[in-house]
Design a protein around this ligand. Structure first.
Ligand code: SAH
Ligand code: SF4
Length: 346
């Protein structure tokens, strides 16, 4: 395009260096481009990033962002750690998979995000953290939505985040988290290089179906077979996310079932105490139950660190997104979408 405008070839490389290398998205700051070219770029291309409508910072280093693109509202969360900065991105507004422990699931499905809207979350977060001397080093698809239900847009976004000729994040630092859409897990092995996390939360079909209706469509045996195929194709370890919910899924019986499910998989397990929220029917177990569950796994050589979600106080923790935005997101929950897609039999 720049050559069509009569610009020398190296200008394209300069532009790429600004966007992907320096992660600068304001044409006005691209100081080595001639003023006339900057003006033309600004007037002929669309540079608008979504507007940040609100930002809530928590004491533990999380910032919850509410962004407004021309198509609607989007939520993401910046997570600051020592030595790394993570961005939790949304892939959809709402989610049609209706997991019983998840606020986003209760919202129902509103819409898919486009690739540009997913990448815009990265661009905005980068602009926020750069003045703090940080760069976004990790991206996790653990915000609103089921990434593999918006497959093409998510694949394109992941490839742009990890591409050597694009943002160039390490493929180990971009994690796609899924509730277990088996066919798409297999496709993912072919279409992207990234880390895979599975939200398991139960290793017995009746229990998992109660928590995650998608399990009816892709029961544990099918999920495991997809994971084995994925591992064979990629050689990568998988992360298993396991929420601990009081009196539901964290007794010794469930620990045993988890060990059995993990057999033959090269996986690491993260235990996440359930984040309670008014309106959700569950509670967090006591510390002793968490320790006993963890110990059962440890004694069978399965290390399973307990991860506490950041950002609880600003409703930015896992599964908390969209809690308060039902009206602002301006669409009624569309539960029937779940049924239409045959994900549950309700
Ligand atoms: N749809 C994808 C990614 C978004 S959910 C998935 O399900 O994996 C991101 C993570 O938050 C998932 O592991 C999900 O199980 C978890 N989560 C949802 N609600 C939660 C809650 N109330 N407490 C703790 N984790 C929760
Ligand atoms: Fe959707 Fe994931 Fe929440 Fe389930 S846990 S409702 S898949 S966002």
């Amino acid at each position: 395009m720049l050559t069509k405008w009569g610009q020398p070839k190296f200008r394209a490389q300069q532009l790429i260096d600004w966007l992907y290398g320096k992660r600068t998205f304001a044409v006005g700051s691209m100081t080595n481009l001639p003023q006339a070219l900057r003006t033309k770029l600004e007037s002929e291309l669309k540079w608008d990033l979504p507007e940040t409508v609100s930002r809530l910072d928590s004491a533990d280093g999380a910032s919850k962002l509410l962004l407004k693109s021309e198509r609607g509202l989007i939520e993401s969360v910046i997570l600051r750690y020592e030595g790394r900065t993570s961005l939790c991105v949304s892939s959809q507004v709402g989610c049609r998979l209706a997991c019983s422990f998840c606020q986003t699931g209760r919202l129902g499905f509103v819409r898919h995000l486009t690739t540009a809207e997913i990448l815009a979350q990265f661009a905005i977060a980068e602009q926020i953290v750069q003045p703090e001397g940080r760069r976004i080093s990790h991206v996790v698809f653990m915000g609103m939505g089921e990434p593999l239900d918006n497959y093409d847009h998510v694949v394109a976004a992941v490839n742009r985040l990890t591409g050597k000729d694009a943002f160039g994040l390490s493929v180990r630092n971009v994690t796609v988290s899924t509730s277990g859409l088996a066919p798409q897990i297999r496709s993912l092995a072919r279409d992207v290089q990234a880390a895979l996390a599975i939200s398991l939360h139960g290793a017995r079909d009746d229990l998992r179906t109660e928590l995650m209706p998608i399990n009816r469509r892709y029961p544990l045996a099918e999920l495991k077979s997809a994971l084995l195929d994925y591992q064979q194709m990629t050689g990568d370890k998988i992360t298993i996310e396991y929420i601990l919910i009081k009196d539901k899924n964290c007794g010794i019986r469930e620990a045993k079932e988890l060990v059995k499910f993990l057999h033959g998989l090269r996986a690491k397990v993260n235990l996440i105490p359930f984040n309670a929220h008014p309106g959700l029917p569950y509670q967090r177990p006591d510390d002793q139950t968490i320790r006993d569950f963890q110990l059962y796994l440890a004694e069978r050589s399965i290390p399973a660190p307990v991860r506490y979600s950041k950002g609880l106080e600003v409703s930015a923790a896992c599964g908390q997104l969209a809690a308060k935005n039902l009206e602002t997101l301006s669409a009624a929950p569309k539960r029937q979408d779940v049924l239409n897609r045959g994900f549950t039999q309700a």
